[in-house]
Write a protein that binds this ligand. Structure first.
Ligand code: CP
Length: 308
């Protein structure tokens, strides 16, 4: 059985292009399984996986749980609101107590950047990062790039725009790392206050002109304004953001070509994206969600074989 080069999936930073290709090839096979009348395989029978979510989630949590169940794993779910970390227990103690109940793998979302990397040094189980604060969201980047390839083929040399609140977005960082490994050209666009100063050092173009950026790209991945992570106001108001940077039908109609529209969710309709764009034939937003299950099945399957 082919396996990944890493024991954990902490971020796209740590994995190779060969790992990404292996995940995609495996996900293609699992996507076929998911389109069969019986959508289940025994690959992870007798493996127990705990999903620890210390931050809200709809897509990622349900997608991981479905992926685990489609692989016949045993699954336990745990959320911050019911956790003993509220009583002062450390994250390491919480996870080691869960592992003592013969849990094999941990899928975790946590608000602190680096929480997974720290945990991986203190526990004996594979750790999969389902989002660590503003840092990385590796399975989102993998499902995004997989969905892009399905739509436009090889990403080498393709122009991919990431627009919106890049500063607070773990999706943006993981997408940039993944897309660069696959040879895509990446541009970010948004208000100057929401574009981090270091981003150009990652080999990414920066623009503050949304119309020019849409005309440049083959694919636009639209991000939400993350008000919950903004301790100060980075934009005057959502209405002004929408007027200056929101993706609407008239902007798309003004382009001389068709582009693919993506969004990782959750969407704020009428802010960063209008409904007539999100629900249009150019949008692959729900295909991204569908592909998320196959990508997560692939990651779980490949990492499960890595247990020492
Ligand atoms: N894309 C994403 O991470 O969505 P959730 O926050 O709903 O998991």
């Amino acid at each position: 059985m082919s396996l990944l080069s890493q024991k954990h999936l902490l971020g796209i930073q740590d994995i190779s292009k060969a790992d990404i290709r292996l995940i995609f090839e495996t996900a293609k096979q699992f996507k076929e399984v998911l389109n069969r009348p019986i959508k289940k395989v025994p690959s992870l029978r007798d493996i127990t996986i705990a999903n620890l979510f210390f931050e809200n989630s709809t897509r990622t949590r349900v997608s991981f749980e479905l992926a685990e169940k489609r692989l016949s794993a045993d699954v336990v779910n745990f959320s911050a609101s019911s956790s003993s970390t509220k009583k002062g227990e450390t994250l390491i103690d919480t996870v080691n107590n869960i592992l003592a109940m013969k849990v094999d793998m941990i899928v975790m979302r946590h608000p602190s950047p680096g929480a997974h990397a720290m945990l991986s040094k203190h526990v004996d189980a594979q750790i999969i990062n389902a989002g660590d604060g503003t840092h990385e969201h590796p399975t989102q980047a993998l499902l995004d790039a997989f969905s892009m390839e399905e739509k436009v083929g090889d990403l080498n040399g393709k122009n991919v725009l990431i627009c919106g609140d890049v500063k607070h977005s773990r999706v943006a960082l993981s997408n940039i790392l993944c897309l660069k490994k696959l040879g895509a050209k990446v541009r970010v666009c948004g208000p100057p206050t929401l574009i981090p100063k270091y981003i150009e050092s990652m080999g990414v173009q920066v623009s503050y002109d949304i119309k020019d950026s849409l005309a440049w790209c083959d694919i636009a991945n639209v991000l939400r304004i993350q008000l919950e992570r903004q301790d100060i106001k980075y934009i005057p108001s959502l209405r002004e953001y929408s007027i200056a940077f929101g993706i609407n039908k008239s902007l798309l109609n003004s382009l001389k070509k068709e582009i693919v529209i993506m969004h990782p969710g959750p969407m704020n309709r009428g802010v960063e994206i209008d409904s007539d764009v999100a629900d249009s034939e150019h949008s692959i937003i729900l295909q991204q969600v569908e592909n998320g299950v196959a990508i997560r099945m692939a990651v779980l399957y490949l990492l499960a074989g890595k247990k020492e």
